[in-house]
Every structure is written in C-alpha cells, then in structure tokens.
Ligand binder design. Sequence first.
Ligand code: S3P
Length: 172
Amino acid sequence: MSNIYLVGFMGAGKTATGKVVARRMKRSFVDLDGAVEARLRLSIREIFETLGEDAFRAAETAELEQAALSGDLVVATGGGAFSNPENRRLIRESGAISIFLDPPWEAIRSRLDDSDRSRPNWIDDRHARALYVKRRPDYLLAEIHLELSGAESPVDVADLARSALAEMQCAS
Ligand code: S3P
C-alpha cells in the first residue's frame, strides 16, 4: 500500500481530515509539522524565529523522506510542503497518492486569524491571500482534487477522500 498525502493551504483541514482517514483506513497518521517539531525539538514558530524558514524546509523534506520509507501512512503536510518540487518528486516517485483539499478562500480565511502566532507564514489576510494564489497551481498537481464548500466536517471530507481513492483504485 502506498502513503496518502493530504496537501493544501493552511486551514484547509489537512490534519483533522487526515486523522479521520487514517482511523477509517486503519493506517498510522503522521502530522508532518509535528514530526518536524519533534525532530528539531522546537515549535514551528521557534524554528522560524531562531533557525529560519530554510531550516524548517530542510527538516520538512527530511521528514518526507522518512515517511516515504513507510508504505501505509496518512500524512498531513504543511501548507508549503507541496510547493517544493523536490517534495513533490519524493511523493510521486514513492508511488504515493496526493489529495488536494480545496475549500474556498473565504472558508480558509474565516478559520485562521492574524493573531494566531503558531503559523508564521500567516502574516495577515493580504499576505496570506497572495501566498494562496501563488501556491494554488502547485496544489493542483495533486492526483486527487477535492473541491469543497468549506461547510463539510472532517468526517465528511474524509468520506469524500475515501470515495475518490476507491474510484481511483478501480480505474487503475
Ligand atoms: C506553513 C504552513 C504550516 C506549517 C508552517 C508553514 C506554510 O502548516 O508547515 O507554519 O508555509 O504554509 P499548516 O498548513 O498545517 O498550517
């Protein structure tokens, strides 16, 4: 079995959905940001502030390499992971499946706020929107694209993800 990677912007619901998908499919769940925090023994905010974003990205790729060694994981990536071509190649070449969770911008916006200091790349609406527009074409390279209304619960999104996976496996 190959890993399943959930990709998409901050606030898309990757972690909440990933946990449900993993539970339902009896797979282990990996939160990539959590793995990076454990590797560097610092919070995401501290990593950005003390080591810089490049160090965060290097650790993120190292954790993806680690995950690719396993074959039955559900991995929630951070919002920037799929924008790195090296990470996309790692995912693709390991035979894994990537799923883009795509709620509308307004839904994402309403879930996150400028005072949340745990997400260093969410500076304010304007910056976040520009980042979202820049990254969207990368997310669209995922194998599965789940267009969401933003009103779905993580269980709803997990069901949609599993149906799309089943369809894909039938088609292959
Ligand atoms: C980031 C998103 C975060 C985390 C880090 C950087 C980004 O993950 O990886 O703060 O650049 O979009 P979430 O998408 O889980 O918030």
